[in-house]
Design a protein around this ligand. Structure first.
Ligand code: HEC
Length: 214
């Protein structure tokens, strides 16, 4: 009787451990189409996961409010006004990474700054997915081989009316952009179109998942 009870307990323990592992593996192998950030139910360390999501929402709001300060201005943006929009966003992205032990990048296939070109196949695939599925706002992927451990969070960036001052037609780009970005591809964009994405690599999360499962 005692033996059966402890056996049952052991079985239950094994089953719940297996379940935890399956949830972990499910998260890590989930394909983009099923791994919508809104649907993700991370088993552990949800604080780090949601912190990354919130940080990218705040970063995006920062750009939108900076760009909106240009609206209604009649004069062409100068190098000074540029510093008030996308450059500080890029610097803030790097700072968020440093503060949290993550790597935060902006990525775009139609990039202005060549540093923001997609770095690997996963980034190209996620950009492609975002452009084909406007309803997908963010998603998680396992880190790619060259990143080592961890998870990647991707968050879309859309073109707003206020972006067109600098990302509108090729001819209408301010002179400082034509001069400073000879390989610029980030123009001829329409409102609502995909502009790019934020990419966050969280190296620690996979270790936390493994610890919880094992
Ligand atoms: C005043 C001009 C200006 C405005 C307005 C502006 N951008 Fe930019 N944007 C730039 C410049 C210049 C860069 C390159 C910055 C750098 O070198 O990191 C850039 C870069 C970016 C990048 C990084 C990827 C890349 O192509 O290098 C994204 C994403 C981006 N802009 C999105 C937006 C969005 C979204 C808006 C509107 C909400 C916007 N921008 C409004 C000038 C502008």
């Amino acid at each position: 009787m005692t033996f059966t009870t402890s056996l049952q307990r052991l079985t239950r323990l094994a089953l719940s451990t297996l379940l935890l592992m399956l949830v972990g593996v499910g998260l890590l192998t989930a394909r983009p189409s099923t791994a919508l950030a809104a649907e993700a139910s991370p088993p552990v360390d949800s604080a780090a996961l949601s912190k990354a999501v919130v940080a990218m929402e705040q970063l995006d709001q920062m750009r939108i409010s900076l760009a909106s300060t240009l609206e209604g201005r009649t004069e062409e943006p100068t190098i000074e006004t540029m510093k008030e929009v996308c450059k500080p966003v890029g610097m803030r992205a790097i700072a968020i990474g440093k503060e949290n032990g993550w790597q935060v990048r902006q990525v775009a296939s139609k990039y202005r700054n060549p540093d923001h070109a997609p770095a690997n196949t996963q980034e190209r695939e996620v950009i492609d997915l975002f452009s084909r599925h406007p309803e997908i706002n963010g998603l998680w992927e396992p880190a790619v081989a060259e990143q080592g451990a961890g998870l990647n969070y991707y968050r879309r960036i859309n073109v707003e009316p206020s972006c067109l001052a600098c990302h509108g037609t090729k001819a209408s780009r301010p002179a400082f952009i034509k001069d400073n970005y000879p390989d610029d591809k980030a123009f001829d964009l329409a409102v609502g179109e995909l502009r790019g994405m934020y990419a966050v690599h969280l190296p620690e999360v996979q270790a936390a998942l493994a610890a919880a499962a094992g």
